[in-house]
Write a protein that binds this ligand. Structure first.
Ligand code: FAD
Ligand code: SF4
Ligand code: SF4
Length: 947
């Protein structure tokens, strides 16, 4: 199907009505096609995407849609796998403006908006030693709204700590517009007063369910383990009052009966004392038959890996030698972990391990490890299974992750039969893995949905799989929700009576079928094979993407234009439109893509830090920028790579002149320069920029322990205070007795990022050659490390040298260098009272944030890292080219910074310091300047240049 088929014009009346009640109504082709994609294998293009700013606006949108007869679907993190977060009607973005988090009762409870991610909530709770009960693997991106609506769980929470068990109260908006606050003492009376039909209806259904023995027994069996098929009818057995039944029915209702506007959870303790082990068995039977003793032994997680998983795991570079040596035939493994609150509790558990393991049919002796590195290796294998299989799927196929649960004693029979089905239907790479403790396993298949034969194969496989799981007394969805994929099978799982009860709930609460119709309950037996997603091959970065959405929360442009996932799926949509010969749509999408995706990408690579298949969407954007650069602009920037000393001096002087000049003139100069170098290559001048900085000094030394590569940004942008990071770094090294030298041509060198980030390939190649030659000389062919004083330049230099083939030269950031070599030699003494630090995208990617914190702690009594910190998107010059990008990216962090009210503010990259200064009004400096001052005061040294 071409995108045009699904991009019917938005009716004028609907658009106008929505625009009167909501400020953000997206009707452009890009808005709609980008939002069509979630992590599932379904694709429905919304007629319009609205982003309400508060509950009132949301209720008004519901009202407009009801009047218009258009269905609505809530979209939050978009990580759902069953097709429940997509629609051809109105898609309501409930993530962007609903992210509040309030910790209550010293962390014992937490109240949040539905758009807050699980990770963000747990970050807030961490300092109290608490966390949320539900622990989905997608915690980086999935949100409270989605977790409640899907009743999500994970590795450890089982059915004891899921949302159903740990939700304290919630605020719900019903399709009628009625708001229900379940925390109020008289919530039930209020519901009776404002919604008497719903109140009576729920009590009637409660009595109907309780009055039927077969219903009671079926529900007790099916909800003894994880089960997200259909509505959570166990609510009728577990709760008496209508309002409590309603609240618990909403859990797992997939946005089909109410909007969750706010939720309060009871939290669980963080169990910080942990030991992990991989138990390998000769066969699946051995692994599954061992489950009862392992559960009895108190393991918090017991994760199954079948033989195919083990073979995939062996390819993981971090796999332990014992696993790599294993000749996997029919083996299976259980990854087990103890999680305890105290070291003593863990000791007691570990003391019992030899006895427990002695009884098990292990293929290899097993060891429980508390070593973080070893534990991380083991978990990397388990968590990397999805990555390995989904990321290497054939181009043009769609990954589909299934999620079943059976009583634990039936797990062996079920997994064996599943393996036979994979063989029979030709899905050889399908891995079975998952939460064996709960009888809940996942398996992944890659399918080509645009091939009719493949679709027939998939339908037949699904039918056999449904028969298998139901035959074992299991559930077809354990934690991912019924969605569209299993809606036609709900009746088969529950039988006619309970299925009718489910429809009665839907009709009672949502009589106009306004909320997410087609999801969870669907009378069309073939609905699960409609609206299937196809993925046209496009390009390297795009083709690997599984559209999981993990990358979205970390992206600095997420609230202003597009997310990494949207940048990728829009490439797919452009390709689809091109294949369909729709030139107008291609032109429209490409035009909108320019600002939305290309200009406002900070190319900071934060998306890669979150992506399970390691896609750096910034690489894609850089390449696309390069394709757009004209020959004269390439030539101008190539010339600048040859004369960089002059360019940086002029740049710095221009800033100094601009600061001293009436404000209209700098603007005029910007315009003139843009005419030469291209609109997107010359930053906008603004009055909050500093004057130029000092020239970079050349230092010679025969006794140097390192080669100092000072960043050209220190020349372009002057420091806060008398001198900048260069002088501080040199002084700190002197105090530690460390001699430095610089390349003899340092004033003309650069890490290459200005060219690379703009796709200016010829200029980049010129700089790469010059830097490679110079550093080979200065480091004596790599015998000395290179130290750089700006994190993004450190990262840029590492990339430049490795792409130049200079792999023998070690690059280290100045902060990590000071942490390792200088701090041990510095005096301790009085510190500044408080310091707020801003880690950067590069310091995260370089893995030096712990070093940053140690250096900060050496200078300050209290170090604050804002809980909402993220990439500032200043990204060299991006913040000057598009100030709105930095403003949006830093909004939440700036609020944290103001609340902390620290005495000083620091980062480790000059342009990020500028970005954060602009965002917060607080002067940010390099952390080494602050350490230099603090330790100088201790020694009462005279100020001034060290050389
Ligand atoms: C790689 C991967 C791993 C995963 N691992 C797990 C796992 O370990 N355990 C697990 O349980 N799940 C897992 N999931 C599934 C998924 O992440 C969860 O179901 C998650 O909770 C969905 O949250 P979301 O914010 O993305 O919601 P969305 O996908 O945006 O929406 C989910 C449903 O909730 C509805 N909804 C959203 N917000 C609201 C609201 N405020 N009010 C009412 N309805 C609302 C939507 O309409 C939709 O029906 C995984 C997914 C992926 C891609
Ligand atoms: S590089 Fe940065 S701005 Fe660009 S898509 Fe990735 S996270 Fe977003
Ligand atoms: S880029 Fe990576 S994280 Fe983002 S949606 Fe694609 S696969 Fe997921």
């Amino acid at each position: 199907m071409s995108p045009t088929d699904t991009l019917r014009p938005v009716p004028d009346t609907l658009r106008a009505a929505l625009e009167t009640v909501c400020k953000s109504v997206g009707t452009r082709a890009s808005d709609r096609l980008a939002a069509a994609h979630d992590a599932s294998h379904y694709l429905l293009t919304p007629s319009v995407v609205v982003t309400p700013s508060d509950v009132e606006e949301l209720a008004a949108v519901l009202e407009v849609a009801r009047t218009d007869g258009t269905p609505v679907t809530f979209r939050s993190g978009g990580t759902s796998l069953s097709g429940q977060a997509g629609t051809a009607g109105v898609l309501i973005d409930t993530r962007r403006n609903f992210r509040s988090i309030e910790v209550l009762d010293e962390g014992a409870r937490v109240r949040t908006g539905p758009g807050a991610t699980v990770r963000a909530v747990n970050t807030r709770l961490a300092r109290y030693g608490r966390k949320l009960g539900p622990d989905p693997a997608s915690e980086i991106a999935c949100t409270i709204g989605g977790v409640i609506a899907n009743n999500s769980s994970g590795m450890a929470c089982g059915v004891e700590a899921n949302t159903y068990r740990t939700l304290d109260s919630s605020i719900l908006v019903l399709p009628s517009g009625t708001v229900v606050d379940t925390s109020l003492a008289d919530a039930d009376e209020r519901l009776l007063r404002v919604e008497p039909v719903i109140h009576a209806g729920l009590l009637g259904l409660r009595d109907r369910v309780r009055g039927d023995e077969r219903s009671v027994s079926a529900l007790r069996d099916l909800f003894a383990f994880k089960n997200t098929m259909g509505y959570g009818l166990n609510s009728f057995l577990d709760h008496d009052r209508a309002v409590d039944i309603l609240e618990h029915l909403v859990i797992g209702s997939e946005g089909t009966i109410a909007f969750v506007a706010e939720a309060t959870f009871r939290t669980v303790p963080v169990l910080a004392h942990v030991a992990t082990g991989l138990l390998v068995f000769n066969d699946l039977a051995g692994a599954t038959s061992s489950l009862p003793s392992l559960v009895a032994a108190g393991f918090a997680t017991i994760e199954l890996l079948d033989a195919t998983s083990l073979r995939v795991g062996q390819r993981d570079p971090s796999a332990p030698q014992s696993l790599r040596n294993l000749n996997v035939v029919g083996h299976a493994a259980l990854l087990v972990e103890y999680q305890e609150q105290t070291a003593d509790e863990l000791k007691v558990q570990l003391a019992r391990v030899p006895e427990v393991l002695r009884e098990l049919p292990l293929a290899d002796p097993a060891v429980m490890s508390t070593d973080p590195a070893r534990r991380a290796q083991l978990w990397h294998i388990r968590k990397g299974l999805y990555t390995a299989v989904a990321g290497s799927r054939p181009s043009g196929t769609t990954a589909l992750l299934e999620d079943i649960a059976v009583p634990v004693e039936r797990l062996y029979a079920t997994c064996s039969a599943l393996t036979e089905l994979f063989d029979r239907y030709g899905y050889p790479e399908s891995v079975i893995f998952g939460h064996a403790k709960d009888g809940n396993v996942h398996f992944m298949i890659n399918e080509q949905f645009d091939s009719p034969e493949m679709l027939v194969r998939y339908e037949a496989f699904t039918e056999d799989m449904v028969q298998l799981v139901l035959g074992q007394g299991g559930t077809l969805k354990a934690e991912h929700g019924t969605g569209r994929i299993m809606a036609p099978f709900v009746r088969r799982q529950y039988g006619d009576e309970l299925y009718e009860v489910m429809w009665a709930i839907k009709r009672l609460i949502d009589p106009h079928a306004q909320l997410n119709p087609g999801v969870l309950l669907n009378e069309d037996p073939a609905s699960h094979t409609q609206h299937l997603k196809t993925t046209p091959p496009v390009e390297e970065e795009v083709d690997r993407c599984v559209e999981c959405g993990y990358c979205e929360p970390v992206c600095p442009s997420k609230d202003i234009t597009t997310t990494p996932r949207e940048r990728i799926v829009l490439r797919r949509e452009i390709a689809r439109a091109r294949d369909a010969g729709d030139a107008i749509l291609v032109a429209t999408l490409e035009r909108e893509y320019d600002y939305d995706a290309i200009q406002t990408c900070a190319v900071d690579g934060m998306c890669q830090t979150a992506c399970p298949v390691l896609i750096n969407t910034g690489d894609l954007v850089r390449r696309l920028r390069g394709e757009d650069v004209s020959a004269p602009v390439q030539a101008a920037w190539r010339a600048s790579a040859t004369h960089w000393r002059t360019v940086t001096r002029i740049g710095g002087s221009a800033l100094s002149i601009a600061r001293a000049t009436p404000s209209a003139l700098p603007k005029a100069a910007t315009t003139a320069l843009r005419a030469i170098a291209g609109d997107d290559n010359v930053p906008e001048y603004s009055n909050d920029l500093p004057g130029g900085g000092n020239r970079r000094r050349v230092i010679a030394s025969d006794q140097a322990a390192a080669v100092y590569f000072s960043s050209c940004t220190t020349t372009m942008f002057g420091p806060v205070g008398d001198d900048g990071v260069s002088e501080s770094f040199i002084r700190l090294c002197e105090r530690a007795g460390i001699q430095l030298r610089t390349p003899d041509d340092i004033p003309s060198l650069c890490c290459g990022t200005p060219w690379k980030s703009k796709g200016l390939t010829t200029g980049y190649a010129t700089m790469k050659r010059r830097v490679g030659e110079s550093l080979r000389r200065a480091t004596q062919d790599g015998s000395l490390p290179v130290v750089c004083d700006a994190a993004s330049c450190t990262e840029g230099l590492e990339i430049l040298l490795s792409s130049a083939g200079e792999l023998g030269i070690r690059v280290i950031d100045a902060v990590a260098f000071v942490d390792e070599f200088v701090l041990p030699a510095l005096p301790t003494g009085a510190k500044i009272p408080s310091l707020t630090v801003h880690p950067t995208c590069s310091s995260s990617r370089l893995g030096i944030n712990p070093a940053l914190l140690r250096v900060a702690a050496a200078a300050s009594e209290r170090v604050v890292v804002p809980e909402d910190w993220g990439c500032c998107a200043f990204a060299g010059d991006r913040g000057m080219l598009h100030p709105e990008l930095t403003a949006s990216a830093t909004r939440a962090e700036a609020a944290d910074v103001h609340r902390a009210a620290s005495a000083e503010h620091a980062s480790l990259n000059r342009t990020c310091e500028l970005g954060m200064t602009r965002a917060t009004g607080a002067p940010y400096r390099h952390v080494l300047q602050i350490l230099d001052e603090a330790t100088r005061a201790m020694r009462q040294e005279p100020t001034g240049p060290a050389h």
